[in-house]
Design a protein around this ligand. Structure first.
Ligand code: GAR
Length: 220
């Protein structure tokens, strides 16, 4: 490690509350990192407004000939900022294999389900309709398959009788913020790595994802 704060590139598509959690943690000196760019496939995303204009980058996919061009342009823009970590924080566009391979081992995603349950969209609806008693969020390394990379950590919340998808999502969101911040603390401390498709903490392969406890710490 260089001793300088790790450089984070954050990918967003919408509201940006997870990005805000990272910004707050950095400002509050709970995360030793700097955001070097916020990248979006949605030029109007509220998330972009959370950082100063020089940090914003966006491209409407309609301006591109296809996924390959979009991915190449965004990947080049990200690489220019020399990030240590690429964090998908509410990024809702599928990333192609070349993009994923270019940043392999240093790209993370937060997803609102207890993966491997419910990859993709509408996770809160799926959890309720399945009659689950628990729901949650996961942070994982990104690989070529949707929401399927090596799991690092999860936050679990109960599903309460009468829960609606919106109520469940709202109750989960603050836990997502703590989960993402906690994982990024591990990452910037140099404690997190991916080897052979598995997550490692301090050089030890994780046999199951870490779990966020009530005070925001990650427990085995
Ligand atoms: C979060 O719930 C995040 O887990 C989810 O989008 C929301 C973004 O909220 N991500 C995905 O569904 C990715 N598959 P935010 O923009 O307020 O951070």
């Amino acid at each position: 490690m260089s001793g300088k704060p790790d450089r984070l590139a954050v990918l967003v598509s919408g509201r940006g509350s997870n990005l805000q959690a990272l910004l707050d943690a950095i400002a509050g000196q709970r995360l030793d990192a700097g955001i070097v760019g916020v990248f979006s496939n949605q030029p109007a995303a509220d998330a972009l407004e959370r950082v100063a204009p020089p940090l914003r980058w966006s491209l409407d996919a309609k301006q591109c000939s296809g996924r390959a061009e979009f991915d190449q342009r965004m990947a080049d823009a990200i690489a220019e900022r020399r990030p240590d970590w690429i964090v998908c924080a509410g990024y809702m566009r599928i990333l192609g294999d070349d993009f994923v391979r270019r940043f392999a081992g240093r790209m993370l995603n937060i997803h609102p389900s207890l993966l491997p349950k419910y990859p993709g969209l509408h996770t809160h609806v799926h959890a309720i309709e399945a009659g689950d008693t628990e729901h949650g969020a996961s942070v994982h390394f990104v690989n070529e398959h949707l929401d399927a990379g090596a799991l690092i950590a999860q936050a679990v919340i109960p599903i309460i009788p009468g829960d609606t998808p919106d109520a469940l999502a709202a109750r989960l969101l603050p836990r997502e913020h703590r989960l993402l911040t906690a994982v990024m603390r591990l990452a910037v401390a140099g404690r997190l790595a991916e080897r052979n498709g598995k997550a490692e903490i301090d050089g030890h392969c994780l046999l199951q994802p870490l779990r966020l406890d009530c005070d925001g710490s990650l427990m085995p």
